[in-house]
Design a protein around this ligand. Structure first.
Ligand code: SAM
Length: 392
């Protein structure tokens, strides 16, 4: 029997093809499987990484929280410290307030003792005062650095007791930032106490010893240094009128206290003072009725315009400003008493350079030329009344 080899071969070939296809498909499936496995591995790796990052973030958050907790704890401690500091400060302030209250009722000398003994030691007080005076000078140009220490300390201590300030250091910043306070302090430091014909015996001597010298000049320049509210200048104007010299005279009346100068310019004084001023005027050798020199209402008097017309009121600081030239007579009474010796000497030079040769210098009853290098350049016209004449 003849076999059909052709169809067997075809059949065989077909099977081979099927086998090949099946193999290929297997290989393809295997490749797909491998690919899927790889992807799975990748996904797993990604998951591991993501987990790691999550853990890292959690760790960071924990650290962050720990730090926050630490900071909160620190804040709580700081707050507690602040609170106990505030308590301490409050107690200290109450103590000082009680001490200040006690001081208000005492004499300046007592206040000063309490202040220096209880609140600060003396060196600290002096240092604080000198810093305060430096602030006053640097900010406002008023130079109290060479004023008598005792006077300055008393004035500042008084102001401190009257204010709500705790200490002089607080006063420094108050002065820096509050011009109104500075203005009050200036009034404290510049004592403006004055009166008309103050020390009548001095004015008597002026009439007798100075007026005759002035009469020899064709025109006269007079300087009242530290004239305060003007009473001294008006007293001089009255004498000059009575002696027939006023029309050829210019009176320069100066002070560094503008408030006092403004009052001086107005020439308005309390009625209550007139009795005492009238007595002073008469004791000084006044020849008229004192009431001729002013008009009055219920509470005040106003000085006559005829007395004001030759008075030039000017702001001038003896410590920081310069000389007046060719002056025939200087009155600087009860001003130098507040300066220390060095400053007195400096101001004396200013007077010497302002006076003409033969010019006259009048000081206050407790003042003199003791500390002036130039004392030998003067002769005494009236030793007791502190009237000096510059040598030719
Ligand atoms: C006590 S009164 C004297 C007034 C007047 N001379 C008398 O004897 O009645 C002192 C005056 O000196 C002034 N004074 C103090 N230091 C001064 C300075 N550095 N420059 C100008 N005037 C000053 C004060 O302002 C105050 O008006």
């Amino acid at each position: 029997m003849k076999k059909n080899y052709k169809s067997e071969a075809e059949e065989f070939s077909n099977k081979e093809d099927e086998l090949t296809i099946a193999k290929e498909e297997k290989t393809k499936r295997e490749a797909e499987l491998a690919f899927a496995n790889e992807e799975k591995a990748n996904r797993e790796a990604e998951l591991v990484i993501a987990k790691g990052e999550k853990e890292k973030r959690v760790t960071e958050l924990v650290i962050d929280n720990e730090e926050k907790a630490k900071r909160v704890a620190e804040l709580v401690i700081a707050d507690e410290e602040r609170r106990s500091e505030a308590e301490k400060l409050k107690k200290e302030m109450e103590l000082r307030k009680r001490q200040m209250k006690l001081m208000v009722d005492r004499e300046p000398e007592q206040e000063e003792k309490i202040y220096t003994a209880k609140l600060r030691n003396k060196d600290t007080t002096e240092l604080e005062i000198s810093l305060l005076l430096e602030v006053v000078y640097q900010k406002y140009g008023y130079d109290f650095r060479q004023y008598s220490q005792a006077h300055i300390r008393r004035r500042i201590t008084n102001r401190l007791a009257m204010s709500r300030l705790e200490d002089i250091s607080q006063m420094q910043s108050k002065v820096l930032n509050d011009e109104t306070f500075m203005s009050s302090l200036l009034q404290d430091l510049s004592i403006t106490v004055t009166e008309m014909f103050r020390d009548p015996v001095f004015y008597k001597s002026l009439r007798e010893n100075v007026i005759p010298v002035l009469k020899t000049y064709p025109f006269i320049k007079i300087w009242h240094a530290g004239c305060s509210t003007g009473e001294e200048a008006y007293s001089m104007a009255i004498i000059l009128q009575e002696e027939g010299l006023y029309d050829r005279t210019t009176i320069y009346a100066t002070d560094f206290n503008q408030r006092a100068l403004n009052q001086a310019k107005e020439g308005i004084f309390s009625n209550k003072m007139m009795k005492e001023y009238t007595t002073n005027y008469q004791m000084s050798g006044g020849k008229e009725s004192f009431s001729n020199y002013y008009t009055s209402d219920d509470s005040n008097v106003i000085m006559n315009q005829s007395l004001k017309k030759n008075i030039v009121w000017a702001n001038h600081n003896l410590v920081t400003d310069s000389v007046f030239t060719e002056v025939h007579l200087i009155l600087c009474r009860n001003v130098l008493i507040y300066f220390d010796k060095i400053l007195q000497n400096i101001v004396q030079k200013l007077f010497y350079n302002s006076l003409i040769d033969g010019g006259i210098l009048c000081l206050g009853s407790k003042e003199g030329l003791r500390f002036a290098d130039l004392s030998v350049e003067y002769t005494e016209l009236d030793k007791k009344q502190r009237i000096f004449k510059k040598k030719y």
